[in-house]
Design a binder for this molecule. Structure first.
Ligand SMILES: Nc1ncnc2c1ncn2[C@@H]1O[C@H](COP(=O)(O)OP(=O)(O)OP(=O)(O)O)[C@@H](O)[C@H]1O
Ligand SMILES: [Mg+2]
Length: 287
C-alpha cells in the first residue's frame, strides 16, 4: 500500500528527537544529527526471501539513513529477523534460504559474487536477543573480532574504547580476565555490543537486543543505542512499540506475509500512519 521509498527530499526532514530538544537549545550532539541531511547507507531493492517454498519477505524496498536509528516492528513471523539477516548475509548460513533482489551497502550490492561475507559481517555487526558471549574472558570477547582480523600489535586500546562506547568499561575494568559468562544479562548484552563495535562496523544490526532484560538494563541499552547512533547506523528490531517510538528516527512496519507496509519518520508512523493495517497494528487491534 505505502511501501514507496521516501524521496531524497522527503528524507531531509529533521528527525523526531530534534524537536524534543529544541526548547532547551538543542545540545551539540543532537543538533549535529538533526541538522545533517540524511544519507542512505543501506538500500534494499525488491528483496524477496524464501525458505524452501515459503516466502518470508515480499518485494521489500527501503533506504536506511546513515547514523540514525531505524526500528523494525511487526508481528511475530513477519520477517523482521529475516530482513536483518539479509543485510549481513547471515541468511547464507541457512540452507533453506534464498534471497533475491539487491541489498546495497553504500553503492555495493552485498550479494555480488566478489563480496566476502566474512568481511561484510565486520562492516555490519549484529547483536541478538539473547546475549551470547563466548566462554572466554571479557577481554577476549571484545578482542575476538580483531584477532580473526589479524590486527597488528596489542588490542588493549581498542578493547578499552569498545567497552567504554558500550558503557561497560567502568563495571569491568578490574576484571577483564574473568569470563564473560560471569556477567549479568544486561552486562553480557553490553559486552556483545562492545564485541560488535570493536571492529568499527558501519552498521549495527540489533535483533530485539533488550527483550530478555529487566527494565533497568533495558534503559541502559536504549541510552546506549542513542549514543551509538552518533557514530553508527543502528537498525533495531523490537516488539516494544514504546521503545521504537522512544529511540528511533525511522520506523519500518512489516506485517504478516512479509510485506513492508510502512516506512517513514517514526513520529509520522506512530502519530498518523498512512495505512489502516499499520494503525490497527500499532493500536493493538491485531498483532
Ligand atoms: N531458518 C528458517 N527456516 C525456515 N523458515 C524460517 C527460518 N527462519 C525463519 N523462517 C520463517 O520465515 C518467516 C519469518 O521469520 P522471521 O524469524 O524473520 O520473523 P520475525 O518477524 O523475526 O518474527 P519474531 O518477531 O517472532 O522474531 C516465518 O514464517 C518463519 O517461520
Ligand atoms: Mg525475529
Amino acid at each position: 500500500m505505502s511501501n514507496e521509498e521516501p524521496t531524497t527530499e522527503a528524507r531531509t526532514s529533521a528527525p523526531d528527537r530534534s524537536s524534543a530538544t529544541t526548547s532547551v537549545d538543542a545540545g551539540e550532539e543532537t543538533s549535529d544529527r538533526a541538522a545533517e541531511p540524511d544519507r542512505t547507507i543501506v538500500e534494499a531493492r525488491n528483496i524477496d526471501v524464501w525458505y524452501d517454498e515459503d516466502q518470508a519477505l515480499r518485494d521489500v524496498s527501503m533506504e536506511v539513513p546513515e547514523k540514525k536509528v531505524t526500528a523494525m516492528i511487526g508481528p511475530s513471523g513477519c520477517g523482521k529477523s529475516t530482513f536483518l539477516r539479509c543485510i549481513n548475509r547471515m541468511n547464507d548460513l541457512v540452507d533453506a534460504a534464498r534471497v533475491e533482489g539487491e541489498l546495497l551497502l553504500g553503492s555495493k550490492n552485498v550479494y555480488d559474487a566478489d563480496v566476502d561475507p566474512i568481511a561484510l559481517r565486520r562492516r555490519v555487526g549484529i547483536v541478538f536477543q539473547k546475549p551470547n558471549p563466548f566462554p572466554k574472558s571479557i577481554y577476549d570477547n571484545v578482542a575476538y573480532g580483531l584477532e580473526i582480523q589479524d590486527v597488528e600489535g596489542g588490542h588493549d586500546a581498542i578493547v578499552e574504547r569498545s567497552l567504554e562506547r558500550a558503557a561497560l568499561w567502568e563495571e569491568v575494568e578490574d576484571r577483564l580476565e574473568e569470563s564473560g559468562l560471569e556477567l549479568s544479562g544486561g552486562q553480557q548484552q553490553r559486552l556483545c555490543i562492545a564485541r560488535a563495535i570493536a571492529t568499527d562496523p558501519e552498521v549495527l544490526l540489533m535483533d530485539e537486543p533488550a527483550s530478555a532484560l529487566d527494565p533497568i538494563a533495558t534503559n541502559q541499552i536504549e541510552d546506549l543505542i542513542e549514543d551509538l547512533a552518533e557514530e553508527y547506523t543502528v537498525i533495531i528490531v523490537t516488539h516494544n512499540m514504546q521503545q521504537a517510538a522512544r529511540i528511533s528516527d525511522k520506523t519500518a512496519v512489516f506485517l504478516t506475509g512479509g510485506e513492508l507496509v510502512e516506512f517513514d519518520d517514526t513520529r509520522q508512523v506512530f502519530e498518523s500512519p498512512q495505512s489502516q493495517r499499520v494503525e490497527d497494528y500499532i493500536t493493538g487491534k491485531f498483532g
